[in-house]
Each structure stands twice: as C-alpha cells, then as structure tokens.
Design a protein around this ligand. Sequence first.
Ligand SMILES: Cc1ncc(COP(=O)(O)O)c(C=O)c1O
Length: 377
Amino acid sequence: MKNDRTLQIKNKYEIQITKADSLKELPDFNKLGFGQFFSDYMFVAEFEQGKGWYDFKIKPYAPFQMDPAASVLHYGQALFEGLKAFKRPNGEVVIFRPEFNALRFKQGAERLCMVPPPEDLFVQAIHELVNLENRWIPKDKGSALYIRPTLIGTEGFLGVRPSRKYLFFVILSPVGAYYSSGFKPVKIWVEEEFVRAAPGGLGQTKAAANYVASLKAAELAKINGYSQVLWLDVTHKYVEEVGTMNVFFVVGNKILTPLLDDTILPGGVRSCAIQLLKDWGYEVVEKKVSLAELQDAYDKGLLTEAFGTGTAAVITSIGDLSFTNKKWLFNENEYGPIAKRLYEEITAIQSGTKVDKYNWIHLVSNSNSTTSIGLGL
Ligand SMILES: Cc1ncc(COP(=O)(O)O)c(C=O)c1O
C-alpha cells in the first residue's frame, strides 16, 4: 500500500485514501452479467457506541477480518442497498437517485436497531468512490456500475441485543445490459405456499434476512423455468411484489399496484414509474390488489399487461404468471407497450437523452472536468 492521502468533504468528513499497489485487469465489458466482478476500491466506515462514525476510508477491495462472535454472523444485523451509476455517451458520470437509497437505508437501519451512517455521508461516500472508479463504469446502453452499500453489526458477543459496533461499506460491480439479447417478457411463478414477509416484520426493508427467506421459493421456481416468484400476502389473497421488483397490473384504463405497507419494499423505480404514468395521464391506483379482482379482470379480457420495476432490470414485462392450477398469459409473449414506454423513458433519463425534470440524476463528473480524487489512476 502507498500514497495515503486524505480528502475533505464539505469541511465535514475526511476520507483517508490508500492507493492500491496494482490495479485489476478490467473484465470484458461485453460479458459482465450481474455481480460477477468488483472494482479496485471500496469505501469503509466504522461506528462504535459513544464514539459515533469514524475512520472513513477508501481502500483497496479486500476481505474483512471479523470477530467470529460478530453479531451479523449470529443475529443477522445486515442491511444493504442497490443503485446504479452510468457513464453517458458524452462522458458524464451520473448516479440515479442516491438520496432515495440513503433515506431507505436509514429507515431500514432504524427498523433493524442498527445505526445508519448520516445520509449525506452515504451519498458522498458513493460519489467519491464512483468518481475514483471511473474506468470501471461500462458505457454501453443498459450497462452500469452497480453500487452495493452495506451495513453490518460487528461487535463480538453472544446474546440477542443490538450490536454496539457497525461497519458500513460500499463495493462496486460493473453489470451488463439486462436485455442484451433483446426484450423478452419473463415467466413468473405465483407463490401460493411460502411467504416472504409478514405484517409487523421486516418486509419493507432491504434486510439481508428478507432475501434468505425468499431463496427456497425462488430456487423451486427456477427449477421449473420461472425467473422469479410473485409473493402474496400471508393470507395468499393479495399480491405483494416480485422477487426483486415491485409489480404493476394494467386493468382497463387503470394501472394498479399494491399499496405500500410493512411487507413490501418501497422501490425507487416503483416511485419513478408512478410519477411518469401519472404525468402521461394514466390513473394509477395504489391499493391492496386481490387475486380475485385480477382473475375477474383477466376473465373479462381487461387485465392486459403486468410488469415489474426494480434497479437491476429497470422495467420487466411479465408474459406469463403461473399458479399451481392455472396460467395468465399476456401480450402473446411480446413486451407490453406500457412497460416498454416506461423502460425507454427511465433509461433515456439515465443516459441523458431525455431531460431530468424530476431531479433523479446526481452528477458525479462531466466529460472534461471531474471532481476526481486525483490519484492519477
Ligand atoms: C424485494 C424487492 N422489492 C422491490 C425492489 C425494487 O426496488 P428498487 O426499485 O429500489 O430497486 C427490490 C430491489 O431492490 C427488491 O429487492
């Protein structure tokens, strides 16, 4: 390690930067997939009760050393976020809605009795790390640098109580275009046995626990050729969300989406979709959506489209919703028109070909001047 230096952010935070001895070879940006490769650096910060957040660092990506009694390993205090940075055709680097993720992270941490980093530290840490890792941001349409902020309890003890020490870290992974082989609607399994989240539980957070709870059903669905599951509520009567997406249904001239409650993750792309649809003149209804009313609409030919919203794929058209004893098919396996329009609009705002009138874009650097940390990389 060499060239330690510090970076002052807004006279408030000081980030110590340690330069790597050597940099990794970049992967083939045409074969990225999702979450397979990680950039050269990560951001880390620590928290200790009585001391607050301290030791803000950008340092080479490397394994952590951890007490085997660390609370995350036993009692699951783990929370994460997922957002993306883009390199636009004109060279600008932007992040999509980091303030949204900062707030959701804070709210999730509070639900899990964890201490979140301040929201402005969350955003600035990501800004600086993305700026430093410019060479890791793919340029091709639909590709991005996926950002994974994570918070874990690190105090070593046994006993069920909140940790008094936390580690906040951010890692980066270049990801390929989700639809590199063309727009294909997905097949979704309607999960009528397992449940992901219960009222009063953690469903509205990105707690790691929610994802382990979802694995069994998702694995069974995959074995049977489905890409994800559609979760229902604990009574199996109401629709909640898809594995890593919120869900929308076009019924007649209305667009229905489940009302957010404590069992559903409040998705960032969900709120973008609602905003755009309303601006385009659609009536968007956020309410408890029952399978019975969807069945009725499907039988009458009124349920014409279903789609999911989420950071990974932005908008995903659903071509097939399969239950144990029946199937609903949409758009003859073509991408639904409203899903397509939303996808085009959101990705155009991300890539800068459409004006960002909603303030969703956080600028990291433009083509000729950067706020680069200047490590000479
Ligand atoms: C369970 C779940 N629901 C919904 C979403 C969509 O959220 P967002 O639009 O913020 O990516 C995600 C992905 O983050 C998710 O994991």
